[in-house]
Design a protein around this ligand. Sequence first.
Ligand SMILES: [Ca+2]
Length: 177
Amino acid sequence: MLVQIQTVAAANDKDGNKKDDDSADIPNADNPCDPNPCLNEGLCSSDEAQTDNTYKCSCAEGWSGSTCETEEASPCSSDPCQNGGTCSETDATSFSCQCADGYSGDTCAENVDECVLGIHDCDQNANCEDLPGSFNCTCKKGYTGNGTTCEYVCDPNPCLNNGVCSPQQDYATCLCV
Ligand SMILES: [Ca+2]
């Protein structure tokens, strides 16, 4: 619990000279704001004419309640950004999401189809498969590699003595002459 003793700023007298109010540093049993009952950096004010020790708290932004004890819901407190997106408040009631790679939309709920958009790095001899949040590259028949790089299995010809190369799924067979 944060309790702050409010100090009164030094006042200037009518001649412009600084005048310190030493009494502000001494706890005052008659002052309901000393020590400050307002939590979370709330500012306390009291009416000196009141004799029943009433006070009012002016709460810092994001806090409410008679002693500023309640944290107000922020636009990001419900974690509105999905799939690893990062939420940031744009004002007291709005948010924006910074989406992780592979997702888009106001709340990052939409998968990016890298294959349709052409923002994949698959080899030109690979098939692109869209996945939620990512994509996969697989070399086409007759090509071998990791999908990002695919090489034709018959170039260079692996068959000796003028054998005829025949491409299979991801390897070659030789027809010997
Ligand atoms: Ca995708």
